[in-house]
Design a protein around this ligand. Structure first.
Ligand code: ADP
Ligand code: MG
Length: 627
């Protein structure tokens, strides 16, 4: 039970119950949990006073899973049953994992659909289960410290996480018995931690270099509303790569062969990491490097040497920064403030280079490890209603456009990329054929014009559309992306009200590289795409005209047309049929116009005939059936 708070005399008449909420940074390398107590957001330590919980889970035959520092120690002896960096696998398929996780020793079990399982002695574990085990430990930690059950939590995710990855994170929380108030983008949480939301306005860059991932986000604050203008990053760039670079350099210096044992390399990586962290405050460090022979050799690593090793990695992050600025259509000078997030931003060289790039001194006052969890805690506190006056609104953006398939294999974008969420957008569509009673809705993600070049997210059908002539039905398709970035699509026929909907939970998501590739492709193929769209549109129009004409000829051709008229129409129809399958959009357009001219008289006679039939007291329904 939560303790009741009693307000100071004169401040409030009604005692107000403080509702227990927490913010969780579920990191690739480390996780944390934070909460707001007496108006101050702070991370919660374990019994050993450690705030960070390494995101590592060790599974064994007998005992329940072990999470954190103890599990980390097992990694060397029992690598196959010690799962680290599981966040990389969240919401991903085996193909994605093979490209990003090739260095990992785990035994993956491929599944027909969705995320692969990781084989351990305690059974096959899904990435969601492993994350749930981490979350359970954090939940326990908070409930012990706060002496009560958590009402809800805010969990942070990288800005780049797509639908599947966000859903997987939510699923992990559910398994751990946590109620997710909201998923929050990590950079947005960092901005909140620094109280940037209290400023009047501004544009901020959040630079997050963690253990295994890099994210850059450009945020804009306006009229009390936070908006993520753009995001970019690299899901395979972080402190681990710095450790690798140092370890490789050490191997060269000590003449250690490339085929050193796994254990030996692990040892060198640990030394590299310690060296790197020490050089945050020291100018140089002398390291004792174990050799294959069992002997050791002393090697000195200086700050200058370290800088040389990491500069290429920092350059890579700056490339992503440029991309984000370009997407946001701003220059580095327009950034008011820069916030540093992630353990790797402790490195003086990183701070120096980022300061140079953005022409300002980055914010580093809040511990870069804790800043995300602290922002999440502040947000959670507001969401459970502990600060009723505060109406902080956080907005994020959609990384790739969302749309549906239309005739001709084309994609109609309904929500453009970089639109802020939550968002709801609707567009009207219609039927292609007379009497069409069902419509297939195919939901896609991507920037290209053709379905084959975009990513398929989901398919569903709208059935029970009343039969009407082609083009008469009004089908409203609504796309809704909620505050967590999850997509819902619904379709409704406006006249009859028939309705169908789907929540999109794709089996696995896109990697950052794939998103980047899709964006690059859309730029490099822009001309080609416009040409093919024009062609497909003409082909669809041709099909529509042909269908309508054939139906009309079948019912009225014999009665209303003379032989030579029938021949002329047939010839024009043949002309269109001949060019329709080709590549010449202009030729198809001309053939349609030609056919239109030849059939004008026929159309007029049909109109007259139908009016006459109606006047004779014929039932309108009979007439409709003929069509
Ligand atoms: P993640 O967001 O991926 O969980 P963190 O933000 O916890 O990662 O950052 C972990 C990384 O920060 C590790 O690679 C660690 O070596 C690095 N790190 C921590 N302290 C320092 C330091 N003083 N200097 C350089 N790197 C550091
Ligand atoms: Mg992090």
């Amino acid at each position: 039970m939560a303790l009741l708070q009693i307000s100071e005399p004169g401040q409030s008449t009604a005692p107000h119950q403080h509702r227990l909420a927490a913010g969780i940074d579920l990191g690739t390398t480390n996780s944390l949990i934070a909460t707001v107590r007496s108006g101050i957001a702070e991370t919660l330590p374990d019994l050993d006073k450690q705030h960070l919980l390494p995101s590592i889970v060790h599974y064994s035959h007998t005992a329940p899973p072990i999470v954190g520092y103890v599990a980390k120690k097992r990694a060397n002896q029992d690598p196959l049953n010690t799962i680290a960096s599981v966040k990389r696998f969240m919401g991903r398929g085996i193909a994605d994992i093979k490209t990003t996780g090739s260095r990992l020793p785990y035994h993956f079990i491929e599944q027909a659909q969705g995320m692969p399982l990781i084989h351990t002695v305690a059974g096959d574990k899904s990435p969601v289960q492993v994350s749930a085990d981490i979350l359970s430990v954090l939940k326990q930690r908070a409930e012990m410290a706060l002496q009560g059950d958590l009402i809800g939590v805010v969990i942070t995710v990288p800005a780049y996480f797509d639908d599947a990855q966000r859903q997987a994170t939510k699923d992990a929380a559910t398994i751990a018995g946590l109620k997710v108030l909201r998923l929050l983008n990590e950079p947005t949480a960092a901005a909140v931690a620094y109280g940037l939301d209290k400023e009047a306005r501004g544009i901020y860059a959040i630079y997050d270099l963690g253990g295994g991932t890099f994210d850059i986000s450009i945020l804009r604050l306006q009229r009390g509303v936070f908006e993520v203008m753009a995001t970019a990053g690299d899901s395979a760039l972080g402190g681990d790569d710095i450790d690798q670079a140092i370890a490789q350099w050490l191997m060269q210096q000590a003449n250690i062969a490339d085929d050193a044992t796994h254990h030996h390399i692990r040892e060198l990586l640990d030394i590299a990491r310690t060296a790197k962290e020490t050089l945050t405050t020291e100018a140089e460090i002398t390291l004792k490097i174990p050799l294959d022979t069992g002997n050791c050799v002393n090697i000195t690593l200086t700050t200058n040497q370290l800088n040389e090793l990491i500069d290429p990695l920092i350059q890579k992050t700056l490339l992503a920064c440029r991309r984000a600025l370009r997407d946001a259509r701003i220059t580095p000078e327009q950034i008011n403030e820069v916030v540093m997030v992630g353990g790797s931003t402790r490195m003086p060289r990183v701070r120096e280079k980022i300061g140079e790039f953005f022409h300002c001194q980055p914010h580093v006052d809040i511990d870069p490890d804790k800043v995300v969890a602290i922002g999440a805690a502040i947000q959670a506190d507001i969401l459970v209603g502990n600060k009723p006056d505060d109406d902080l609104l956080l907005l994020d953006v959609i990384p790739l456009s969302l749309g549906i398939e239309t005739m001709g294999g084309l994609v109609e974008k309904i929500i453009q990329r970089n639109t802020t969420i939550p968002v709801s957008k609707a567009q009207d569509f219609t039927t292609f054929k007379d009497g069409q009673t069902a419509m297939a809705v195919h939901v896609l993600q991507g920037e290209r014009e053709l379905v084959t070049h975009c990513r398929s997210l989901a398919r569903f059908e709208l059935r029970g559309i009343p039969p009407m002539v082609a083009g008469a039905a009004r089908i409203r398709v609504t796309f809704q992306v909620d505050a967590d970035g999850l997509l819902g699509v619904s379709a409704q026929e406006e006249i009859s009200g028939v309705h169908s909907e789907i929540t999109v939970k794709p089996s696995y998501g896109l990697s950052d590289n794939q998103i980047e590739q899709m964006l690059k492709d859309s730029l490099s193929h822009a001309h080609e795409d416009v040409a093919i769209r024009t062609l497909r549109e003409q082909q669809v129009e041709a099909d529509r005209v042909i269908n309508a004409l054939r139906a009309a000829l079948k019912t009225d051709g014999k009665v209303l047309l003379k032989q030579h008229e029938f021949v002329a129409i047939s010839e024009a129809l043949d002309g269109l049929l001949q060019v329709k399958g080709g590549q010449d959009a202009q030729a198809i357009k001309q053939a349609i116009e030609e056919l239109d001219k030849v059939t004008q008289e026929f159309a007029a006679r049909r109109m007259d005939a139908s009016i006459r039939r109606a006047m004779k007291g014929q039932k309108v329904e009979n007439f409709m059936e003929n069509n």
